[in-house]
Ligand binder design. Structure first.
Ligand SMILES: C=C(O[C@@H]1C=C(C(=O)O)C=C[C@H]1O)C(=O)O
Length: 130
């Protein structure tokens, strides 16, 4: 079952970890290939109306998923930063490599080599480049 995609207003303007800075388009209406309100077949890559309609339908769910992923990415980065600040303020270390290794392994087991790359990006978003 398809769910309507409701545009959230309020584009992100405050640059913080994992968030777009100034000049970064908000998602998805003002990015190329975003939902620009054009006819269903436009931009689907097929001239066949039924296929175009199905692609539009699937893309609604893809856009929902992408929006959720972006929000989760940003939340994770904020939480990871908070852990780092809390730990360092209490005399601890900036990083805990055993924990990072466990996270890398979790993603590798679930997603293979791409999972490892994804986990590396997630970890970097929370603590910045090494
Ligand atoms: C968030 C933490 O701090 C750092 C960041 C991690 C992360 O983003 O998952 C994991 C380990 C630490 O290097 C933590 O220790 O849980």
């Amino acid at each position: 079952m398809m769910t309507d995609v409701v545009e959230s207003s309020g584009s992100v303007t405050r640059p913080e970890a994992g968030r777009p800075g100034p000049g970064v388009p908000s998602f998805p209406a003002d990015v190329p290939g975003g939902d620009d309100g054009a006819k269903p077949a436009a931009g689907t890559g097929t001239p066949e109306p039924a296929a175009a309609a199905r692609i539009v339908e699937i893309r609604e769910r893809i856009d929902e998923i992408d929006r959720a992923l972006i929000e989760l990415w940003q939340e994770r980065a904020r939480l990871s930063q908070e852990v780092g600040v809390t730990r360092m303020a209490s005399g601890g270390t900036r990083l805990v490599l055993s924990r990072e290794r466990a996270i890398l392994e979790r993603f590798r087991v679930a997603l293979g080599a791409d999972g490892t790359q994804l986990a590396l990006l997630l970890l970097r978003a929370g603590r910045g480049p090494l």
